[in-house]
Structure formats: C-alpha cells, structure tokens
Ligand binder design. Structure first.
Ligand code: FA5
Length: 367
C-alpha cells in the first residue's frame, strides 16, 4: 500500500533513499573527478549539510526505534563508503593536477634546433644543436680579422671606472660619460665598479700590458641601461679593434675598415667614414657600409640612404697613450668598435633585434 503523502516515510522508503543517495553520490564524485576544477564542489554536494545523505538523516526521526537502527546503520555505511571514495578520488585528482602543472611548466633543456646547418643526429636521435646567430657572427668576424693578421684578446665585463671611462680620456664628471647609460655594481666605493658599456676598456688592458706593437680585435658582451627596441638591447656585443705601432695613419684605419668590409660582406659592399666624436679618438669617425640589403639603392632598413652605420673609430687620442705611459710622440694607432648584434641583424635582415634574445626555436633554427 502506498503511504499517504502526509504520513512519514516508512523504513523501505528510507532505505531506498539511502540507496539512491549512495548511487547518485558515487556517480557525482566520478563525474567531478573527470572534470578539472570541480571536485571540491562535488564533495560538498555529496557529503555536506545540504547533501542527499543529510536529507535522509532527517527522515530517521519518523521511524520506530528498530527501523531507525536499521536505517541509521545503512546511512552510516553509505556515508562511510562515499567518504572513502571521495578521499580516494581527491588524491587521484590532486596527482593529475600536479602532473598537468609540471607538464605546463616543463622547460626542455634538451630541445634542439634541427635544420640544414645542424650536424648529424646524436645517438639519442635528437639534433645536437648549433651556435646562436650572434655567436656565429662573432666567430666569422674573428676569422676575418685573424686572416688579416690580427690577434684576438678579451677583457672583463665588470670594470672599474678607470678602464671604462677615465683612462679613455673621460675624467670624472666629463660630459661625454653621458653618451653611455651605465649600470653600476654595488662593489667597492659607490660608482667605482660597473658593467662595461663598450669593449673599449680592453684597449687599456692591452696598452697597460705594454707589448707593442698591437694588432688585436677584442669581442665581448657590453651592458647599457638602454630600453630594448628594434635596434637596441641592454645586453649586446661589440668587437673592438686596436692597432698601435710606429707611423700608423688615418689612411691605415680607412684601409683596414675597407679591407674588412669587402672580406666580410663580399666585393659589392664598401665602407665610408663620417666625421664624429669619441673622447678617446682624435679625429673620430662613424663607419658605415653599403646597405647589404638594397646594395646601396636605398631601402627601409637604411632609411633610404643606401648606407648602414656599424660603429665608431678614430686615431687613438694622445691622452690615452699618456694615461698608460706610452709616448705618443713615438707611437700612433687607431681603434674601432662596432656592434656584433647590429651586424647580425643587418645581414639576416631582421626588422627587430629583440628576436635575437626571444629564444624562439622556430626563429633560431633558421640560421
Ligand atoms: C662605442 O661604444 C665606442 N666604444 C666605439 C669606438 C671604439 C669608437 C673605438 C672609437 C674607437 P657607440 O656607443 O656608438 O660607440 O657603439 C658602437 C656600436 O655598438 C653601435 O654603432 C651599435 O652597432 C652598437 N650598439 C651600441 N649600443 C647598442 C645597444 N644598446 N644594442 C645593440 N647594439 C648597440
């Protein structure tokens, strides 16, 4: 006989409700475990104050003592089962989430660029990698200058004020220091140790070593407080050149720049010098090469001029020789310095220099 709507549910109905809460609870937990981010809410729904189990619990009061005992035992068993299932699934969900997080944050240091310049596959079957475009350019520059009779030297990236400025004819408070936005290190007296803003300090190291004559190039990393943009990076590379000998003239400088230009870029590309100013060279010049992209016709990269500026150069200022104890009456010399990243940018026709440091493997594998 069906009980009246108003009469309290009997034992069978309560047991059926327990059964149904158990089945629904199991299904709800299983569904939530398979749906990312929804497990905690499902746990509250199945086991919390507003759960089906809690509603069934409220029905126990309408049963006789024997029915209440039976239904209470069934309810307790159902709750226990659902709690255990919830705990088990919670651990499974947490592990899946952890795996997902690790996969998302994974940095594969073994990922290599594979392309035409990549050497044969390694034993692991992966490409064995390649040099960065800037390193390739630096190597080519060194090879070109070595073939012209230059030695390769290096200097420190953390420098004192003396090497970066003072010995280069820029005493404290000299306005030309403002040409380089400098990053100072918290070392020693404030303002005395810095990250070199150019490779010119290596000139001073070589001159102080005093082994003359000098025919050297000095590649390396430089630092400036420059905001990254299409043609600037705060960390970039230059290659410095220094020649010191008896009777060196500006003609020698122009000849070396031109010989380098044709040897590095090929016979269609030439150089020219434009008057400029650097505190450590006198006279000073900017040196430019025929735009390798339009071959001098004028294009967007060279702003229509047909020429691209690569760096600065000039005859070593006599004050620099005096600062390191070399007699400027006996020796003369020239120096030059230009940007390796800038050169790589021009040759690879990159509209934005920042591509060099983005570390996008799709970009890097093209070179
Ligand atoms: C110098 O740094 C001088 N030391 C060059 C020099 C050496 C002159 C020897 C005379 C004798 P300048 O600040 O213009 O000069 O920099 C030279 C080149 O470095 C620039 O033409 C450019 O190619 C490169 N360069 C400079 N700043 C940056 C930067 N933030 N990012 C990338 N390349 C840069």
């Amino acid at each position: 006989m069906t009980p009246q709507a108003s009469s309290p549910p009997g034992l069978d109905e309560v047991l059926a409700a327990v059964d149904s809460a158990l089945r629904d609870g199991r299904r709800r937990l299983a569904e939530a475990a398979a749906t990312p981010g929804s497990f905690a809410a499902a746990q509250r729904e199945v086991l919390g104050k507003r759960s089906a189990l809690a509603s069934v619990n409220a029905l126990l009061g309408g049963l006789d003592p024997d029915g209440r005992r039976q239904a209470g035992a069934a309810l307790g068993a159902a709750r226990k089962e659902l709690e255990e299932e919830a705990n088990r699934l919670e651990a499974v969900v947490a592990e899946a989430e952890r795996r997902q997080r690790v996969a998302a944050e994974r940095l594969d240091l073994t990922e290599m660029a594979i392309g035409p310049k990549t050497p044969p596959l390694s034993h692991s079957g992966r490409g064995v990698g390649r040099l960065h475009l800037v390193t390739q350019t630096r190597d080519e520059l060194e090879d070109t200058f070595v073939a012209m009779g230059f030695a390769v030297a290096e200097g420190p990236e953390a420098e004192t004020d003396w090497y970066n400025f003072e010995a280069l004819n820029m005493p404290p408070a000299h306005p030309a220091r403002g040409m380089w936005d400098t990053l100072y290190l918290r070392l020693g007296e404030p303002g005395t140790v810095l990250l070199r803003t150019h490779t010119s300090p290596v000139q001073i190291h070589l001159l102080e070593a005093g082994e003359l004559p000098i025919y050297a190039v000095m590649p390396g990393r430089c630092y400036r407080r420059d905001t990254p943009d299409a043609r600037h990076l705060p960390v970039f590379h230059q290659i410095e050149g220094l020649v010191v000998d008896r009777g060196i003239t500006f003609g020698d400088l122009a000849g070396v720049i031109e010989a380098f230009t044709t040897s590095f870029f090929g016979p269609a590309i030439h150089s020219r010098l434009r008057p400029s100013y650097f505190p450590f060279t006198e006279p000073s010049a900017e040196f430019e090469v025929t735009c390798p992209i339009c071959r001098g016709e004028g294009c967007r990269t060279c702003s229509g001029s047909g020429w691209i500026e690569l760096g600065g150069c000039g005859m070593v200022d006599p004050n620099v020789f005096s600062a390191v104890g070399i007699d400027p009456e006996r020796y003369s010399g020239f120096a030059f310095g230009f940007g390796i990243d800038r050169l790589a940018q021009v040759r690879a026709e990159l509209s934005d220099m920042r591509a060099l440091i983005d570390n996008d493997i799709r970009f890097l594998r093209q070179f």
